[in-house]
Design a protein around this ligand. Sequence first.
Ligand code: 1CP
Length: 350
Amino acid sequence: MSPSPQPAAVTDSPFLRACRREPGPHTPVWFMRQAGRSLPEYRQVRAGIGMLESCRRPDLVCEITLQPVRRHGVDAAILFSDIVVPLAAAGVDLDIVPGTGPVVAKPVTALADVEAIPKLSSEQVDYVAEAIRLLRPELGATPLIGFAGAPFTLASYLVEGGPSRTHAKTKALMYGAPDVWHALCRRLAEITLTFLRVQVDAGVAAVQLFDSWAGALSEADYRRYVLPHSKAVLGGLEGAGVPRIHFGVGTAELLTAMGEAGADVVGVDWRTPLNVATGRIGADKAVQGNLDPCTLFAPAEVLSAEVRRVLDEGRAAPGHVFNLGHGVLPETDPDALTRVVALVHELSAR
Ligand code: 1CP
């Protein structure tokens, strides 16, 4: 890995300072799933273009990634892509179906299915590197976050064949065929690490590893079946010079274990107050979160009280990146997001 150096303004940005647990001029804020979803200008440029196809067009990726930065003045951009992009690039037969999410043509049930998952080579995601190279000069002092899906969350889509509420087939494979399970997670960790390295080499300033659905597991199962594989990904980026953020939903009971996976920043959903989360994660890591995305539908005074509470609780952490506890919901009024950015900046100004 030979990451391109970041401009000084990016290195000194409030976002990277908070990730490094250094004081800054204000608490940085960005929103998971800020690129797209709630923005009319996003729906306009996406009209008639499939999700995977959009991710393969550097000009479109560049435009969509910049939209929330222009509109809301967030402190970081997140690359427009999806967690299944590297799987599709490697040759796994899948699609992202509007209104549903990732759908896999031939779900994984046995070792032969795992062995049939090709490795990812960097050239297969050249279009992602190209989009990052286009974005850097456009973003100026705003850091760009790259991302990937963690082995458990990716495995869930591959085993279930699509989105699942219970992750029943995934757990059945995990308990019933642990060898197949671990082989699958090893392959996914490899693909994820390759994908993140491509993004780091092309110039992202930070990476986020999404283990969105890990909260479906008990701590014991998380430690046995998931943690080693997430560690392989995050550990593989040790020394890459970019902060590593690790996030999942419903992870209150997993925060201590997730904090051991090798991230510099741990994302927290809205269920656990940040001061409580910090007690579980430890004082050597920054936290990210954790406004309930539904408070964006609440009256203005309720929303501002919640923003204030999250900032207050975040002061217990050695570094705080303000965010939602999960992604922006598609029905969100974009103006509410803009107001949250202004409020976070105003209330946290030092
Ligand atoms: O800000 C952004 O929108 C950036 C781009 C982004 C990110 C970070 C997209 C675009 N997807 C993701 C990550 C992602 N994808 C995660 C982790 C984050 C999270 O938990 O929200 C997950 C679990 C996915 C899988 C996925 N892709 C789903 C969820 C399905 C489920 O299981 O409930 C969905 C709906 C998609 C499709 C998708 N990805 C992104 C967009 C804009 C869309 C909708 C596309 C469309 O329907 O046209």
